[in-house]
Design a protein around this ligand. Structure first.
Ligand code: ZN
Length: 285
């Protein structure tokens, strides 16, 4: 398939934000403790200062504004840097994801119109639930949702067929670990698949790569060079909570990333919907 990158650009980036948390409140206390444990492992592995750890504990109890709710700040930062990102909101709870539909609805209402909102799906093989999630976001947005990403990137052999039947145009759940930047394509089910190349969790979690900020930047910079060389689009997930002061490496990484791409006039800033439109446009011509 021909490249979907507009001619005037050298490479592209598609940034999306999975919304796994809206705040501390929706979680049980033991789930907050789990977060503290992860943070304490980071301290032991020299990836977090003691001061930052103490702030995490403090923020679990005493913040005027919940430190895990970064949706507004994320929108402002993306807008300032001309990033038209996609936010994926859950319509049902899932693993470690505890906010409900009413909370999702209130938050979805605050997302400015220039961003895209999609479904953070919880069901891979349940036609009724998949249709219900689609209809629920349709009701919240008053326009049809275009795409979906499954929580934890879970898939199922029937999934794409069910997503297509429900009305979705694209899915962005496939994880491409090849390093070759697999590009968006139309599947036999008739849905656009936009493979994911990078997720900030893999870079920074003490249970995955646990990189220092400089190493993470080096890794992404190498990927950008690869994208430039092959005229490709990088698809990256950065969770909305990653702008929290509770996650300083993730926050600094994202601030670096948006500044890096916004300064680059040869970088096409897309969201998932724009990519799906391009793939479908290319198919029709
Ligand atoms: Zn998720």
């Amino acid at each position: 398939m021909a490249s979907i990158l507009p001619e005037e650009y050298e490479w592209g980036i598609c940034i999306s934000h999975d919304v796994d948390h809206l705040g501390h409140k929706e979680h049980r206390f033991w789930e907050i403790i789990e977060f503290w444990v992860t943070c304490s492992i980071e301290v032991l592995r020299l990836r977090r200062s003691i001061l930052s750890y103490l702030k995490v504990i403090k923020n679990s109890f005493f913040t005027k504004k919940d430190s895990w709710d970064c949706v507004h700040e994320m929108c402002e930062l993306d807008f300032k840097n001309s990033i038209p990102s996609t936010f994926f909101f859950a319509m049902n709870p899932g693993i470690g994801l505890k906010y409900d539909r009413d909370q999702a609805r209130e938050k979805v209402k605050t997302i400015p119109f220039n961003f895209e909102v999609g479904v953070h799906g919880q069901f891979q093989d349940n036609e009724k639930e998949i249709k219900d999630e689609y209809a629920t976001l349709y009701n919240m947005l008053h326009r049809r949702p275009r795409g979906i990403r499954m929580h934890y990137l879970k898939t199922h052999p029937n999934m794409l067929k069910l997503l297509k039947t429900a009305g979705y145009e694209y899915d962005t759940t496939e994880l491409d670990k090849s390093g070759g930047l697999k590009q968006a394509y139309k599947t036999p089910e008739g849905i656009v698949e936009i493979p994911v190349h990078l997720m900030e969790t893999y870079l920074f979690s003490p249970f995955y790569e646990n990189l220092k900020l400089e190493k993470a930047i080096e890794k992404v910079e190498a990927l950008i060079q690869k994208a430039k060389q092959d005229r490709k689009i990088i698809n990256i997930i950065v969770h909305q909570r990653s702008l929290s002061e509770d996650l300083p490496r993730q926050r600094q990484f994202y601030q670096w990333l948006v500044e890096r791409v916004s300064k680059d006039q040869k970088c096409w800033k897309a969201n998932c919907m724009k990519i799906a439109e391009k793939v479908n446009g290319n198919q029709n011509t």
